[in-house]
Design a protein around this ligand. Structure first.
Ligand code: ATP
Ligand code: MG
Length: 248
């Protein structure tokens, strides 16, 4: 699904990712944990195709395609989805309109007809209900004046409506209350199947109680310093990054 080899990335001459390797197969959930500033969000931006990042070395293969050659829209249409650590506010664009546009753009790319208004409304309502998002909120401008947790839930709504092949969740759990954390995790678990993959970036082992990852990776200073199974997250919680990195 996703194969990153020897990735080196810099921004404004500053080296941030320094030789990162990561391989994610179909049906797998990987968790990425690491100290502040270690390059987690940078990696997710690079994968989503945000500009300004300079790829100095390495390759990223996504389903047999060179990901770095695809533009932002192509990546999304090819089933890549990023839930941002800080979701953007888009004044003047209703959330429901945004969701509809995102869905139909993908359908068009895949040679499918547009989803009709009724079908879309039904889908949005049922997904929003699952996530405990009011339809009132979907009439408001995208993320504008949403609380921190509401923005995160909106990202998950978008994800569940698009049902991506590869979803990257950048600290989606930060700022969620206990109930929302459970609801959002259930949303992810519901979507999870043998054909799609997730990269879940988090600081908290707690999230991984709900979304059980197949693999856990620790990133420090732009590269993965340790990989393991779920028990690595527990070990990390106990020992902290410093000690874990020393034993890597
Ligand atoms: N535009 C930029 N110009 C200069 N430095 C940048 C820029 N963007 C990111 N950085 C730096 O790159 C490093 C990695 O940032 P990144 O956001 O990827 O960290 P992170 O692992 O996601 O951290 P956190 O856990 O706090 O979210 C940080 O030191 C950050 O200050
Ligand atoms: Mg980050």
């Amino acid at each position: 699904m996703l194969e990153i080899k020897n990735l080196h990335v810099s921004i404004e001459e500053k080296k941030i990712i320094k030789g990162l390797d990561l391989s994610i197969n179909k049906g797998e959930v990987h968790a990425l944990m690491g100290p502040n500033g270690s390059g987690k969000s940078t990696l997710s931006y690079v994968l989503s195709g945000k500009d300004k990042y300079e790829i100095n070395d390495g390759t990223i293969d996504y389903n047999g395609k060179n990901l770095l050659e695809l533009d932002v829209d192509e990546r999304a249409n090819e089933g890549l989805f990023l839930a941002f650590q800080y979701p953007m506010e888009i004044p003047g664009v209703q959330t429901s309109f945004f969701l509809k546009t995102a869905i139909n753009s993908k359908r068009k790319y895949l040679g499918q007809s547009e989803m009709d208004a009724l079908e879309f409304a039904k889908l949005m309502k049922s997904k929003a209900e699952e996530l405990n998002i009011s339809t009132e909120m979907l009439k408001r401008d995208l993320n504008v004046n949403y609380s921190g947790g509401e923005k995160k839930k909106q990202e998950i709504l978008q994800m569940s409506m698009l049902s991506p092949k590869m979803a990257i969740l950048d600290e989606t759990d930060s700022g969620l209350d206990i109930d929302a954390l459970r609801i959002v995790s259930e949303g992810v678990n519901k979507l999870r199947n043998n054909d799609n993959s997730f990269l879940v970036i988090t600081h908290y082992q707690r999230l991984l109680n709900y979304i059980k990852p197949d693999f856990v990776h620790i990133i420090a200073d732009g590269k993965i310093v340790k990989s393991g199974d779920y028990s690595l997250a527990l070990e990390l919680e106990e020992k902290g990054y410093e000690e874990i990195s020393q034993t890597a």
